[in-house]
Design a protein around this ligand. Structure first.
Ligand SMILES: Cc1cc2nc3c(=O)[nH]c(=O)nc-3n(C[C@H](O)[C@H](O)[C@H](O)COP(=O)(O)O)c2cc1C
Length: 381
């Protein structure tokens, strides 16, 4: 029988797919929808100590299109609830849901961290996610030393509650690898890698920042490679488990994160844009992957890519191949000719040919719109 269950931060999840903290986890009804569609756990929309953050501006979403990808650029602020109301929300969520409910909080004083964490524990939260990394939160925006703050906070919260404590890391750090190790030493039971970056986009006609007029959180499908890079580097060194967060749009993305060593995978942008049904699709894709690969559990392939990542010394640097153009397929568009910095493509009245000096860089293959170019071994050209 296929089994998608996983253990994350000492919690047993029936699937690794967690709906991450955002407006999509801001009410009991939405949490229930996530559970009905098959989420393994939910992280509730963050409670902020900073009261001004409890009110979001209108509008607060912008989809900024780039070539072949997009940025989900948003200024959705904290939960509108105060700490008491939030504790009630967590209590009610626990009555209605059978999956783990992880409470997300963001404070800037030690007293509040302790008070809010205890409140969440008493309300029945299964774990606490520490959201110091909010891209428009007080820690990032005031330029605090975020890793020192996170280590300090992890220690004090850990000393005051018994439920698992999970710092949510910022990608805006010089070395997330060493940050992760320090947070584990500070007592983290799990890590979320990562929150989003802080960005800015500009309307060049009005010469003003877009959306609400300030900096905002930006992420999107493009963010996944950053998470894969750091999770794969650090997961073999950690005892505590990792929940990936950033850029997961579908089942394939979730599998990449598990192969890089994540025990669970959070999704937010894809739920906003594709609805809660996407959880079902991702779970189904995971099951099909296990079946196709002959795996019985998530652990069978978790972290499998880590020891296949080459270091600089091990990279094969032989120039073994050159490009070859299939004349029958070539449509004479000249894109290969335009990108070749080696002057290795001959343009003979819009018939393109590879010359002797091809360096085998492979860029012409990437830009050819009709797959007319391939890499062949040097002697076969
Ligand atoms: C509109 C929006 C609101 C968010 N609000 C929160 C929040 O309150 N607390 C938090 O820890 N992360 C918040 N996040 C970050 C997400 O939980 C998640 O880490 C991030 O979006 C990356 O995942 P994704 O690429 O699947 O969207 C928010 C993200 C979005 C897009």
């Amino acid at each position: 029988m296929l089994n998608l269950s996983t253990t994350y931060a000492n919690l047993n999840l029936k699937t690794p797919i967690i709906v991450g903290s955002a407006g999509i986890t801001g009410s009991i009804e939405l949490l229930q929808r996530a559970e009905e569609c098959g989420a393994g756990a939910v992280v509730t929309k963050s409670l902020f100590q900073k009261e001004i953050s409890r009110k979001s501006p209108t509008p607060r979403f912008k989809i900024v299109k780039h070539t072949n990808t997009f940025t989900f650029y948003t200024y959705e602020q904290a939960s509108e609830l105060n700490p008491q109301e939030y504790a009630e929300f967590i209590f009610n969520a626990k009555q209605k849901l059978s999956i783990p409910v992880i409470a997300s909080i963001n404070c800037y004083t030690d007293d509040a961290w302790i008070e809010y964490s205890k409140l969440m524990e008493e309300a029945g939260a299964d774990a606490i996610e520490l959201n110091l990394s909010c891209p428009h939160g007080v820690h990032i925006m005031s330029g605090m030393n975020i890793i020192e703050e996170m280590v300090h906070t992890t220690k004090i919260v850990k000393n005051n509650v018994k439920i698992p404590v999970i710092p949510k890391m910022t990608p805006q750090s010089a070395n997330p690898g060493s940050d992760a190790l320090r947070l584990e030493q500070a007592g983290a039971d799990g890590l979320v890698m990562f929150n989003r970056f802080t960005g800015l986009d500009i309307d060049i006609e009005k010469e003003i920042p877009i959306l609400h007029g300030g900096y905002a959180g930006h992420g999107g499908p493009w963010a996944i490679m950053y998470g894969l890079r750091w999770i794969s580097a650090v997961s073999p060194k950690l005892k505590c488990s990792i929940s990936a967060s950033g850029g997961v749009m579908n089942g394939e993305d979730a599998i990449k994160y598990i192969l890089s060593g994540a025990s669970a995978v959070q999704i937010v942008t894809t739920v906003f844009l594709n609805g809660y049904e996407v959880i079902k699709q991702i779970n189904k894709y995971l099951e099909q992957y296990l079946d196709r690969k002959g795996y019985r559990t998530i652990n069978d392939f978790k972290g499998k890519v880590c020891d296949k990542i080459l270091d600089m010394e091990s990279v094969d640097r032989r120039h073994w191949g050159v490009a070859s153009i299939n004349k029958d397929k070539c449509i004479g568009c000249g894109k290969c000719f335009n990108v070749c910095i080696y002057d290795a493509i001959k343009n003979d009245k819009e018939k393109f040919m590879i010359k002797e000096n091809c360096d085998g860089c492979g860029l012409c293959i990437e830009v050819c719109p009709v797959n007319a170019i391939s890499m062949v071994e040097k002697e076969r050209n």
